[in-house]
Design a protein around this ligand. Structure first.
Ligand SMILES: C[S@@+](CC[C@H](N)C(=O)[O-])C[C@H]1O[C@@H](n2cnc3c(N)ncnc32)[C@H](O)[C@@H]1O
Length: 211
């Protein structure tokens, strides 16, 4: 069922301009090494090689496997210093998706779009998912990866009050509401180790017909 979500769901504790929160560069990883290794392994198995890829809500690290070949790797985020030091980006764009969900890219420009541990900060996720659909090539992939960490003041209400399992349902619901996506799939890629590891959850889909 395509049930719309109330705007209340997307309220945040800190409603100030997102540029302020991300003004200071954070050259850090936001998940632990086991989780990063699981993401790299997933990308290695899943992302197209020698393709044009967008890292949405990007910063200093895109978590591609070492030496992964791309034709063109673009990052979109809010902090120029973080994006400048990201070793895999060929170019970057500073763009606030909450202020303006329209993506500054052409129709069909990308073979894949990735968005890693940032889903919880989007206040207009369905609009952004529609835009990702527009900029993907037919059958291109949108891969949304999330864990259980967050900056609570900037995360939307619905993410803060729901569980990991409900986050997976929510992201699938965003894909459904956006329309035009096929093969919507949930994967639990959490590393299987005896020590603690951050969880790694993935919801991905391919561009189907135009919504
Ligand atoms: C937790 S970090 C994740 C960064 C990176 N994807 C990673 O895997 O390490 C969240 C990122 O979301 C970006 N971000 C937050 N709010 C944003 C907004 N309104 N528009 C665009 N990017 C945003 C920030 O620039 C920040 O780099």
């Amino acid at each position: 069922m395509k049930k719309a979500l109330s705007p209340v769901a997307f309220g945040r504790i800190d409603e100030t301009d997102d540029h302020l929160f991300y003004a200071e560069p954070r050259i850090v990883t936001h998940i632990d090494d086991n989780a990063i290794a699981a993401i790299q392994d997933f990308f290695d198995r899943t992302l197209p090689r020698n393709a044009v890829i967008l890292d949405l809500m990007s910063s200093a690290f895109s978590h591609l496997p070492e030496g992964f070949p791309t034709e063109r790797m673009v990052g979109l985020g809010l902090n120029a210093v973080e994006l400048q030091v990201n070793p895999v980006l060929d170019e970057y764009v500073i763009h606030d998706l909450n202020a303006n969900p329209t993506l500054p890219f052409d129709d069909g420009e990308f073979a894949a779009v990735i968005m890693t541990v940032s889903m919880q900060y989007l206040t207009k996720p369905v609009e952004v998912f529609r835009e990702v659909h527009r900029i993907l090539q037919l059958d291109g992939q949108f891969i949304v990866i999330f864990s259980n960490r967050l900056f609570p003041t900037k995360a939307v209400y619905i993410w803060r009050v729901t569980s990991d399992a409900e986050h997976a349902e929510l992201v699938q619901h965003y894909f459904c509401l956006a329309g035009g996506y096929a093969k919507i799939t949930f994967l639990d890629c959490t590393p299987q180790t005896d020590e603690y590891t951050d969880p790694v959850y993935i919801v991905m889909a391919n561009k189907g017909e135009v919504p």
